[in-house]
Design a protein around this ligand. Structure first.
Ligand SMILES: Nc1ncnc2c1ncn2[C@@H]1O[C@H](COP(=O)(O)OP(=O)(O)OP(=O)(O)O)[C@@H](O)[C@H]1O
Ligand SMILES: [Mg+2]
Length: 344
């Protein structure tokens, strides 16, 4: 087989590929392969090019045993760490050679890293209340066995911890459901102002306990749009509840509804719902990460208030499903404004 023909065949392989002969020199490489390991590599000894020991070993093993071998090539493409699965196959041409192909598994690696992080987070979040529960059970069986007053107090704390676990599991299931139907467009015709009124009504007891005044400013005319009313209620409940919980010291949470025929963000007819509080606000460093699962700007306070840190992650997925946008603005000390933009 001529070298030209060999180069032609290797260049037709749709993933990075290169070939090494019995003299351990690279005899062919396609364009993707050269992008991955370096230009001008044909004719060079492969070990000087593929410097990773496990890759060199897999190549040598394949040459020696004349059978397949397999390993991983770890690299960085400038923007991120990359992982390739390297398959070495013995070829009975040109006096015996190895064909190595590099299959990009970076995205699979990233997904499994995210899954590991997520599992670690969930376990950690569940363990905290669980540890508390176990501690109180011990106490109730031992030192507090005959102390009725202490028993009442402990049972109350235990109820709270169990509720926290229950909320966490509920939020996780909700996130799961929302994520799995993110691509299904909502179909329901709903009226936004009424939905906001009833959401505010159900949050009134919470607001009163916190000494927060709730206000709604909406146009007189009904505001109809296509959406999923249960999900949108969940969005506004979380945003208004956050306003009360974290911004309540400002004394008020204001909800404004603004409709426009040509919204700058949506480039078409849209409605904006602003949820404005006058509380301590959020530091700028936190803003881009607020919608990540379990991200809390003020972790101690959020936990104390019973937050799971999943609320805004759910909000983001629901708004995505509605092809809308979420904007967060905040000045430290002056409060926070969350704006939901929905296309009409
Ligand atoms: N209006 C606000 N003012 C100040 N901080 C806020 C405000 N809204 C949200 N945050 C911060 O953003 C974090 C994330 O909010 P998110 O709603 O996702 O979680 P949570 O309220 O802690 O939990 P959950 O909503 O599941 O009960 C909060 O923990 C809080 O630190
Ligand atoms: Mg919340």
């Amino acid at each position: 087989m001529s070298d030209d023909l060999l180069a032609e065949i290797v260049s037709a392989i749709p993933i990075p590929a290169l070939m090494v002969d019995q003299n351990e020199r690279i005899i062919a490489a396609n364009a993707d392969g050269r992008t991955l390991v370096g230009q001008n590599i044909v004719g060079r000894h492969f070990a000087t090019i593929l410097r990773q020991p496990q890759v060199i070993e897999a190549m040598e093993q394949c040459l020696r045993s004349k059978g397949p071998s397999k390993t991983r090539h770890l690299s960085n493409d400038g923007a991120q760490d990359t992982t390739f699965e390297v398959e070495c196959r013995y070829v009975n041409a040109v006096g015996g050679a190895v064909l190595a192909t590099f299959y990009d598994v970076t995205h699979i690696e990233q997904a499994s890293q995210m899954r590991r992080d997520f599992v670690a987070n969930v376990s950690h979040e569940l363990r905290t209340p669980l540890t508390a529960l176990m501690g109180f059970i011990e106490t109730l069986r031992g030192p507090a066995r005959n102390d009725v007053a202490a028993q009442d107090r402990f049972l109350m704390i235990m109820t709270e911890e169990a509720n926290r676990m229950n909320r966490l599991v509920g939020d996780l299931l909700s996130l799961n459901r929302v994520e799995s139907e993110e691509r299904v467009r909502p179909k329901e015709q709903l009226e936004l102002t009424g939905l906001l009124e009833s959401t505010l009504n159900s949050l009134r007891p919470l607001a009163e306990d916190a000494g927060v005044e709730l206000m709604l400013n909406a146009p007189q005319d009904p505001m109809s749009l296509i959406g999923d009313s249960d999900q949108l209620r969940q969005v506004f409940t979380n945003l208004i509840e956050n306003g009360i919980k974290y911004g309540g010291s400002g004394g008020s949470v204001e909800v404004n509804v603004i409709s426009s025929e040509r919204d700058t963000a949506m480039r078409g007819p849209a409605v904006r719902v602003q949820i404005i509080d006058k509380g301590p606000g959020i530091e700028t460093v936190h803003l881009p990460r607020l919608t990540e699962r379990f991200y809390r700007a003020d972790s101690h306070r959020s936990r104390q208030l019973g937050g799971t840190g999943l609320g805004l992650a759910i909000v983001k997925h629901i708004i995505n499903r509605h092809r809308g946008r979420l904007r967060v603005e905040s000045n430290l000390g002056k409060g926070a404004t969350f704006t939901v933009i929905l296309p009409r």
